[in-house]
Design a protein around this ligand. Structure first.
Ligand SMILES: *Cc1c(COP(=O)(O)O)cnc(C)c1O
Length: 379
């Protein structure tokens, strides 16, 4: 691994033992009856979908959720075992691939269900029904009970589950809690009506990360865990009524490439928006916005970690490089490793907060040219 590290300019380090740690923390919150469905969409939130899913298989997770057909196929081509649910839209023309790769398709609305109903699949298409309980993104409206019952009777599909999604589970505002409880009631009423008609509803699931933390009393068949499984909160002050200790799985690293002295008044980088207030030492780092560092964190809005010390980014962040003020660093050399995202000194939550977004976006938008290094202390 040392050798591999030396060659890299900018890379992601994934600590798989921290993934296992976070899974165990989540298990402590959910009921014994409930299983974790691991959400590994968007390249496992930038963590590497294949290696993350392999590790999850090793530690006994056999239920996955992805956003797209292609993500599901990647898992199957890499011999991931278990159920794989596609949460989003798959074009009707591509449903044969859902069957071929033994995936499960979400029925995303009424129109989609009707289009499906007349297709003569060779093998029954496995599906979960998505129910719209108020988010108004995708889903069959919860009030369409008779229509939902009818879908269970289609003979070209096998309905293996039914689920919905909370849209303000991360809020402690009274009105938001009330809204979530209404969503839960609408969903539960629907499930009860279906069961009262002797329908085997299949696996039932509702909560994602903040549903797990803020509605822990719910006991469905699955929780769909995304962001907290990766060891970070969505936001620095997102609300969680259940304390959970998480360890970030991902670190983003790069190198010091060039160190130089500049004189008072000299400017740095495009736009000349930084000018040295005195004679200063600056250093160039081998990572930029194309690697996922938000450009709106230019000019001292973000700090990076070098040999245990923090240093601010000065001037504008470029596509492939950025520049820091190294004047106060005791120890910096060409080739040194720089941590941009990682432990609590440079947390994903803080960086997301400063760039006006959430960790889910920051991590899932890391650049595609980064190298990946996977570490598993337990091996
Ligand atoms: C992305 C997604 C999740 C995971 O959400 P987190 O907040 O990251 O846990 C769960 N369910 C659905 C439907 C999603 O789209």
């Amino acid at each position: 691994m040392k050798q591999e590290l030396l060659k890299n300019r900018a890379w992601v380090e994934i600590d798989l033992s921290n993934l296992e740690y976070n899974i165990n923390q989540i298990k402590k919150i959910i009921s014994d009856k409930t299983k974790i469905m691991a959400v590994v969409k968007a390249n496992a939130y930038g963590h590497g979908i294949v290696e993350i899913s392999k590790k999850l298989n090793e530690i006994g997770i056999f239920d996955f959720a992805v956003a797209t057909l292609d993500e599901g196929i990647i898992l199957r081509k890499n011999n991931i075992i278990g159920n794989i649910l596609i949460l989003g839209y798959t074009s009707i023309e591509n449903l044969d691939y859902v069957i071929k790769y033994d995936l499960i398709q979400t029925i995303i609305d009424e129109e989609y269900a009707e289009k499906l109903s007349s297709i003569p699949f060779n093998t029954k298409l496995k599906v979960h029904l998505k129910i719209n309980t108020g988010m108004n993104r995708i889903g069959i409206h919860y009030s369409n009970v008779d229509f939902i019952k009818k879908i269970y009777s289609y003979d070209n599909i096998k309905v293996l589950g039914i689920f919905s999604h909370l849209c303000v589970a991360d809020s402690c505002k009274k009105s938001d809690i009330k809204f979530s409880n209404t969503q839960i009631d609408c969903f539960n009423n629907l499930i009860n009506k279906l069961k009262a008609s002797n329908i085997d509803v299949g696996k039932v699931h509702f909560q994602s990360s903040y549903g797990i933390l803020n509605y822990p009393e719910l006991e469905y068949d699955y929780v769909r865990s995304g962001i907290i499984m990766y060891g970070v909160n969505s936001e620095i002050n997102s609300y969680s009524m259940t304390p959970i200790n998480l360890k970030p799985v991902l670190s983003l690293k790069a190198r010091v490439t060039s160190i130089k002295e500049i004189h008072k008044g000299e400017s740095v980088s495009y736009g000349r928006c930084y000018k040295a207030l005195k004679d200063e030492k600056i250093a160039t780092i081998s990572i930029g916005y194309a690697d996922g560092i938000p450009r709106n964190l230019s000019c001292k809005k973000m700090k990076v970690l070098i040999n245990g010390e923090l240093a601010p980014i000065v001037g504008r962040i470029c596509m492939d490089q950025l520049i820091i003020n190294a004047t106060n660093l005791k120890n910096i050399n060409q080739g040194d490793i720089v941590t941009l995202i990682g432990n609590n000194k440079v947390s994903a939550e803080m960086i997301s907060y400063k760039s006006n977004t959430i960790t889910n976006e920051l991590l899932s938008r890391l650049g595609s040219r980064l190298n990946y290094i996977f570490i598993d202390e337990r091996k």
